[in-house]
Design a protein. Structure first.
Length: 552
């Protein structure tokens, strides 16, 4: 019989606790991460927190002697000081699949499973002598550190939230998330490295380091995030996905959480989905007036396929949501299939991909057609089957929106052909392709004008007279933009419209370069050209446009 079960039977037999009280106390500990004997006292089940020690003589479990000099210092990284002191536990040794932990309180055996959750490792408890335990705890932890956390290490200027009874790790994780939201971060990267624990925020598409908690808190922080996301904290060998819902400053936020096992611990990325950020119209995402007019003409077509292309994080989903919001009318039935659904659109039937049960993009799209929709949005065309069904749907009178991962707009044609779609079907169904990137916009608080440098003049193809009469802008950085010089992002676009002449070229298997040449002849701006136009209008910098268009 396990020691945990021996203690449980004893406390029930002597009438100290029944099964219901034990379960209630264990649930309370899951929520608060507090000391188990303290919870029993708080709930009124015992009158003295040290009552567990009176049980030691009756358990048959003999306490072992403990010498702090025999404990390897590296084990202290596995058990944060605030947990060790608060729960009266000490690391004794690390075995292949578990951490052996010493405690002088027999009641801790009842909470052994909960301690595994709190610590983030499989544990085995050993009873040690109280006098040895106190000496070791003071020598290893208390003499060097006070229980709790140094909030100032999370990010400069952050102050610990006042009030509340949350455990320090709970507060710390909340502050990490709250500070990311305040700094307009789109992602939080929590990364265990060999000698440190790194936290980074992705702000306006660029990762920034923030002062991180000490390495010894790594296990507790990762476990807390996984608990919040509904993940299995005992599973550390396989990737997992989860979701956290929070309310901050009267805004509802979803955090899409992904864990990935690494050699130094699990790397966790939290994608912050601000629902209000998707409530934008086509006029808000960066279209210049002529492009917007052409795009609105394109999306008003009764049928065919319209594609949005670009790498991950280029704003494709936001563009599609803005598009659907514009064309969604009560006399039209609109269905989407997405992975994941990032925002709920009013009046739109949205379906979440669930590959584990066979609900793929292709399968969902096939079923959608039986729902008699007018407009369909497929989150991404990833394979030939999805592409074929989308093309067939466009041929039979539906208006199809989807995304592809290509570097520019014209390459979408070749990508569909490579997937196995015949040239004549591509020419017949594709109405247009929008390629896009996101560039950071200059901070309005520290933006300053300057004459183009020689390098900028060369990039912008300016002659000396043009350079003399032109003003460009740059930002040196200020507190409003966290000294980056940029605040916010807008799109740069390349809108390819399928004309009769280009349809013939596609059916004749013309090359990408030939089609691109023709589209430029009829007035299409490339991504870089659109970016340069936005540089001239003072929205962004030459360096930023060159950074995001270096692959096109």
């Amino acid at each position: 019989m396990r020691k945990q079960d021996i203690i449980k039977e004893l406390v029930k037999n002597v009438g100290l606790l029944d099964e219901q009280k034990i379960k209630k106390a264990l649930l309370e500990q899951v929520e608060t991460k507090a000391y188990f004997a303290g919870i029993l006292t708080k709930l009124g089940y015992v009158s003295n927190q040290n009552v567990g020690k009176t049980l030691a003589a009756q358990t048959g479990i003999l306490p072992i002697p403990l010498d702090p000099k025999g404990i390897e210092k590296k084990l202290l990284n596995l058990l944060p000081s605030n947990i060790a002191i608060a729960h009266r536990v000490l690391p004794l040794k690390r075995e292949t699949d578990k951490l052996v932990i010493g405690t002088d309180d027999p009641l801790n055996f009842l909470a052994e499973d909960n301690l595994e959750m709190i610590i983030g490792l499989p544990v085995e408890l050993e009873l040690v002598r109280s006098k040895d335990f106190d000496i070791a705890l003071n020598e290893l932890y208390a003499a060097k550190e006070k229980p709790g956390i140094d909030i100032e290490k999370v990010s400069e200027g952050i102050k610990e939230a006042k009030g509340g009874d949350d455990a320090p790790i709970v507060k710390l994780v909340n502050i990490i998330i709250n500070e990311a939201v305040k700094k307009r971060a789109s992602d939080i990267h929590v990364e265990p490295l060999e000698n440190k624990f790194r936290i980074r925020y992705r702000i306006d598409g660029v990762l920034h380091d923030v002062p991180a908690p000490p390495k010894r808190l790594q296990g507790s922080i990762l476990s807390r995030i996984k608990i919040m996301a509904g993940m299995d904290i005992a599973e550390k060998r396989l990737p997992q996905d989860g979701r956290i819902k929070i309310s901050l400053d009267k805004k509802e936020l979803d955090l899409r959480v992904s864990s990935l096992p690494g050699i130094h611990g699990e790397s966790i990325v939290m994608r912050i989905l601000d629902k209000s950020s998707f409530l934008v119209g086509l006029e808000d995402i960066g279209f210049l007036p002529d492009q917007r007019k052409e795009f609105e003409k394109l999306i008003s077509m009764p049928n065919g396929m319209i594609l949005v292309t670009g790498p991950t994080g280029s704003g494709k989903t936001t563009t599609l949501y803005a598009t659907l919001s514009r064309i969604n009318q009560k006399e039209r039935k609109v269905i989407t299939i997405e992975d994941p659904i990032e925002y709920q659109l009013d009046g739109v039937n949205q379906v979440q991909v669930k590959s584990q049960i066979g609900l793929t993009f292709a399968g969902g799209l096939r079923s959608m057609l039986r729902q008699a929709p007018d407009i369909i949005m497929v989150g991404e065309i990833r394979d030939m089957e999805t592409a074929q069904i989308a093309v067939q749907s466009a041929l039979t009178g539906h208006l199809i929106f989807s995304t592809l991962h290509t570097n520019d707009a014209v390459s979408a044609i070749a990508r569909l052909v490579d997937m196995g779609i015949k040239n004549y079907l591509v020419a017949s169904t594709v109405q247009g392709v929008l390629a896009q990137r996101l560039v950071r916009t200059l901070c309005s608080s520290c933006r300053e004008s300057h004459k183009p440098t020689e390098e900028e003049s060369q990039i912008l193809s300016l002659n000396p007279e043009e350079a003399k009469d032109m003003e460009l802008y740059s930002s040196k950085g200020c507190p409003a933009c966290s000294d980056t010089g940029y605040k916010g992002r807008i799109g740069i676009y390349e809108l390819f419209m399928m004309t009769d002449e280009i349809r013939e070229m596609v059916m004749d298997n013309a090359s990408n370069s030939e089609i691109l040449k023709k589209t430029k002849q009829i007035g299409m701006r490339t991504l870089r050209e659109d970016g340069i136009e936005k540089v001239k209008r003072g929205y962004t910098s030459v360096q930023e446009v060159m950074r995001v268009t270096q692959d096109v």
